[in-house]
Design a protein around this ligand. Structure first.
Ligand code: WTA
Length: 649
């Protein structure tokens, strides 16, 4: 495998001063972790975290898989990200904000501190938000979203950010699952030069339910008119003015939850992934330093939305814990043209640029030569995340954007892992394109069979993390049984359940790990994780639908697109099924769940025991030859009929 792949050595000038400057240094660290796992983590926890009081145990495995790290230690994440930097970085830019329409705002660590303290006081005193309360954020990419996250961390409230592309129904479900006390939102924001609205969606969500919500705090961003519910809705911009400038932070325990983030799994209901305080922030900071190699005068830009884990860890928590300048961008990288991102790199002298393969493919397609029009010489490290990157996109990114001198870190990780897990190190790892390479020091990643047998070189297996790590998911909010089953139910090693990621992976003869993609019923559309069961559950809410099956289909730009098979109930016809179902999906989940293909079929391929043969449906969606045995199907003739329908689609 992959012996023919070209290897890209680290840029020697960069490597000279890198935090991890060679593979020898990588192995020293990794071997230290293997020899003395707890000692390894203890050393970093002591070095990196500003402890308010000491922890007594590095790793407590007594209630595995409910692992606990740095037990009984006390710290505060907003202290870790703000206060402790004030002595020497008060005037350094913490957040460099660029609006959709091009306006730029520099928010220093001192100013960030002031905003966060005031917002924390507002939450604490006006809305009685206290430690452990859940706060839902439904926010655009504006600095107030960062203030809200850090204000929650300061007072010990647990934030749950819902991506602004989710519908009212999806927002309501997440509010209800978390039993949140307050929603923080904005009237809206700007995208592609025009205002768009968010508050409306919150109103609709709360019309449908979400009874635990006592107040809605609204940031005025675009000042478009919104409905106003007296007594429930509150104007942030007015209330913030009179707040006290100092808000003492809570001394949180290491294992207190820092935030929830809902993500799709292989059953219908999204899971509230629960992260901890100490382990999460430690790893967010360490990976910033190792994988992005951030330096004091660097300007770091991660293009994700704060509604996803990438935005949490690499726009807010990681960069700020590391004392970096982090760029926050309200707009889209293709507006006003496909040179926007590159213009921003030039204008702000961005040193690390981190984005998704989908965005790279779009920027490549819409403006292959755009990068050449700008001075991108400030760039040192380029990153990708969210889905496998294809070699042509990788090469364009490397050669045209990075001018063949930047390392590309293809970072594999998940909402559940909190931070990067498998990734090249920019000053050390000889890179093979489109390959996540090696597990980071401290992370024990293995490719195995369900019984723990390691896979041979070249054989795809289950990608498992066989030792707990500090930033790992702690629980699924309110559903510990599902936590155990979803993550520790598929593979064992030495008789002990181990964390299974849901991804497949393969090793080559040099020990490099390549991710092959999800092996469960989760599809990845433009880097957004979507559970097929969640989409199916939404489609089934239509009265005319008897049966539905959702599969992913490879897509040039999006990586995968959604392909839906529908069987209508007897006596029903629907001539406009595609628009009809897509409208339903937009309402139930959000625009990100809209399907490219929706076809009505007379039946689904099922075994005699009634199990849907998804493999056949996947092959049909891809227009692949059906190689599997269909003679065991209840009605083999259905396959021919489905193929014909799919060809017409
Ligand atoms: C996929 C995003 C290949 C993978 C941080 C994983 C990747 C899912 C990569 C998690 C990568 C993420 N190469 N696939 N570098 N990074 N994935 O929770 O399938 O939104 O399980 O977290 O994205 O998606 P999530």
């Amino acid at each position: 495998m992959s012996t023919d792949k070209k290897i890209y050595q680290p840029n020697p000038t960069f490597a000279k001063d890198a935090v991890i400057p060679s593979m020898d240094d990588y192995w020293k660290l990794q071997n230290r972790a293997i020899e003395d796992y707890e000692g390894f983590w203890q050393a970093f926890a002591d070095e990196k975290i500003d402890w308010l009081s000491a922890y007594n145990k590095v790793l407590d495995e007594s209630e595995a898989p409910f692992y606990k790290w740095f037990t009984e230690g006390r710290l505060n994440v907003s202290n870790q990200c703000i206060d402790r930097h004030l002595a020497d970085k008060a005037h350094k830019t913490a957040i460099l904000f660029e609006g959709d329409r091009g306006e730029v705002e520099y928010i220093s660590y001192a100013q960030l501190s002031l905003h966060v303290n005031k917002m924390a006081n507002l939450l604490r005193h006006e809305f009685n938000v206290t430690k452990g309360d859940r706060v839902v954020l439904y926010m655009p990419m504006i600095p107030e979203a960062a203030y809200a996250m850090l204000a929650c961390a300061r007072i010990g409230a647990i934030h749950s950010i819902v991506f602004g592309g989710f519908s009212a129904e999806a927002l309501k479900d997440r509010i209800e699952d978390a039993e949140a006390k307050i929603v923080i939102t904005a009237d809206g924001a700007y995208r592609k030069g025009k205002p768009y609205m968010l508050k409306q969606v919150v109103d609709d969500a709360l019309d449908q339910g979400g009874d635990s919500i006592e107040a809605v705090l609204v940031v005025k961003r675009n000042n478009e008119p919104t409905k106003w519910v007296e007594g429930r809705d509150h104007n942030y911009n007015e209330l913030i003015v009179s707040q006290h400038a100092e808000c003492p932070f809570e001394a949180m325990e290491s294992e207190d939850p820092l935030f929830l983030l809902y993500t799709s799994g292989s059953t219908g209901k999204p899971k509230g992934v629960q992260h901890s305080t100490a382990g999460y922030i430690l790893w967010a900071q360490m990976t910033m330093e190792w994988v992005f190699d951030v330096r004091d005068d660097d300007i770091f830009w991660c293009t994700a939305d704060i509604g996803w884990i990438t935005g949490h860890t690499y726009i807010i928590y990681g960069p700020l814990a590391a004392g970096t300048t982090t760029v926050m961008f309200e707009g889209v990288p293709t507006y006003p043209d496909a040179g926007r991102a590159w213009k921003m790199v030039q204008d702000h002298k961005i040193t690390q640029f981190y984005t998704a393969p989908t965005a790279i493919r779009v920027l490549h397609k819409m403006g292959e030569h755009e990068p050449k029009k700008y001075d991108l010489s400030s760039l040192k490290v380029l990153g990708t995340v969210g889905e496998p990157i294809d070699p042509p996109a990788w090469e364009w990114y490397y050669e045209t954007v990075g001018n063949s001198h930047c390392a590309i870190v293809d970072t594999w990780w998940q909402t559940e892992t909190g931070g990067h897990m498998i990734s090249p190190l920019p000053g050390a790892t000889p890179i093979k394109p489109a390959c996540a390479t090696f597990a980071l020091p401290g992370i024990i990643a293995e490719i195995i069979d369900p019984d723990g047998t390691p896979k041979e070189v070249g054989e795809t297996g289950l990608l498992c993390i066989t030792k707990p790590w500090p930033a790992m998911i702690r629980n699924i909010w309110g559903d510990p049984e599902r936590y155990v089953k979803a993550y520790f139910g598929d593979a064992v090693k030495d008789g002990k359940p181990v964390y299974f990621s849901g991804d497949g992976a393969v090793l080559d003869e040099d020990g490099y790990i390549t991710i092959t993609g999800r092996v469960d019923d989760v599809i990845n559309v433009s880097g957004h994780r979507m559970g097929t069961a969640e989409i199916e559950a939404a489609v089934k809410r239509d009265d005319t639908v008897a049966e539905v099956a959702v599969v992913g289909r490879p897509h040039d730009i999006k990586g995968e697109s959604i392909f839906i098979y529908i069987v209508l109930k007897e006596g029903h016809i629907n001539l406009d099924i595609k628009n009809h179902i897509n409208e339903l999906l937009a309402t139930e989940i959000g625009n990100i769940a809209k399907a490219d293909h929706i076809i009505e079929v007379p039946g689904l391929p099922k075994t005699r025991s009634g199990k849907i043969m998804r493999r056949i449906l996947r092959s049909v969606a891809k227009h692949e030859e059906i190689t599997q045995d269909i003679s065991t199907l209840e009605d083999p003739s259905i396959v021919e009929q489905i193929i014909t329908k799919a060809r017409e689609a």
